[in-house]
Design a protein around this ligand. Structure first.
Ligand code: NAI
Length: 327
């Protein structure tokens, strides 16, 4: 049998944690023959709730679950970990400015970056989910200089999945027909779901859905505003679909991307498509099963260029707002 891999989940007692931990423990994250040790980080006030989640994990008697560690100590949380899933963050409260939100979360992600660099396994990979996830990832990354750039990801996969379903519904085809659906830029309402380079049944989306007004209008806003719509309907933010996107993100890093497709992940930019270096930016990505690379050379119409510029500008503003939190 294989040596267990350690997976850290922060904010483990939260909504996404509740939808995510059971899937990890059942083998859906790392595969059906890979035992896992869960390292669960929470803040003190949530430790009691976390113990309840641990009881439920125990009560599943998962064959692959080799151990559970609960802690509010960063060193313990990241000790020997191969996957750091940074879910916990502080949500925006009524009356809170975006800048305050950035600063509060910066205070969380800087120390977590340091702890990852100091204590994680040498093969550690980090996926930031907690919002604002791109900029939180930027902060953590800046505090962990020894962990190479290509180990850092922020989650734009939920947006990709949302976009794929909207296109499939509109075209009246199964979602498996949709490919190359990349999300560009920030995981926020400025993101650009690039329908121009996406395909349905191997044909360009604008050819299959010959309704430019819908693609440029309702399609984009539906994807951008989906999170808010779910809060309105459910009275709580998306959690099961977010946890599902965490699983999809990790699988898409670990498995070679099928020919003619790409996945959406935010990664550290090296200037691809003119994006300023160092921003954690949503790109179309292909994995060869170990390394991820930005898909280069995709054409963009003036409309798409404008959208990509807008989301780049927002990420630059976010970076400026937390400049003092970068190492
Ligand atoms: P939640 O509020 O239910 O859970 C967050 C948990 O984090 C809480 O249990 C809290 O105690 C914990 N926490 C707070 N500060 C912490 C710290 N310093 N260290 C460890 N744990 C800490 O929130 P939920 O619904 O689970 O969402 C988590 C985050 O994921 C939010 O920021 C949300 O905006 C984000 N999100 C991101 C998505 C994406 O596509 N990137 C999609 C959906 C949610």
């Amino acid at each position: 049998t294989k040596t267990p891999m350690h997976v850290t989940v922060t904010g483990a007692a939260g909504q996404i944690g509740y939808a995510l931990l059971f899937r990890i423990a059942s083998g859906q994250l790392l595969g059906p023959d890979q035992p896992v040790v869960l390292r669960l980080l929470e803040i003190e006030p949530a430790m009691a709730a976390l113990e309840g989640v641990v009881m439920e994990l125990e009560d599943c008697a998962f064959p692959l679950l080799a151990g559970i560690e609960t802690t509010s100590d960063l060193k313990v949380a990241f000790e020997g970990t191969s996957w750091a899933l940074l879910v916990g963050s502080v949500p925006r409260k009524a009356g809170m400015e975006r800048k305050d939100l950035l600063t509060v979360n910066g205070g969380i992600f800087g120390p977590q970056g340091e702890a990852i660099a100091a204590h994680a396994a040498s093969d550690v990979r980090v996926l930031v989910v907690g919002n604002p996830c791109n900029t939180n990832c930027l902060i953590a990354r800046s505090h962990a200089k020894d962990v190479p750039d290509d180990r850092w990801f922020a989650m734009t996969r939920l947006d990709q999945n949302r976009a794929e379903t909207q296109l499939a519904k509109r075209a009246g085809v199964p979602v498996t027909e949709v490919a190359q659906m990349a999300i560009w830029g920030n995981h926020s309402s400025t993101q650009f779901p690039d329908f121009e380079n996406a395909t349905i049944g191997g044909r360009p989306v604008p050819e299959v859905i010959a309704d430019e007004a819908w693609l440029r209008g309702e399609f984009i806003t539906t994807v951008q505003q989906r999170g808010a719509e779910i809060i309105k309907a459910r009275g709580a933010s998306s959690a099961a679909s977010a946890a599902n996107a965490v699983i999809d993100s990790v699988r898409s890093i670990l498995e070679p991307t099928p020919a003619g497709d790409c996945v959406s992940l935010s990664v550290v930019s090296h200037g691809e498509y003119g994006v300023p270096e160092g921003l954690v930016f949503g790109y179309p990505i292909r994995s060869d099963g170990s390394r991820c690379q930005v898909v280069e050379g995709l054409p963009h119409s003036p409309f798409a260029q404008e959208k990509i510029q807008a989301t780049t500008a927002e990420l630059l503003e976010e970076r400026a707002a937390i400049a003092d939190l970068l190492a």
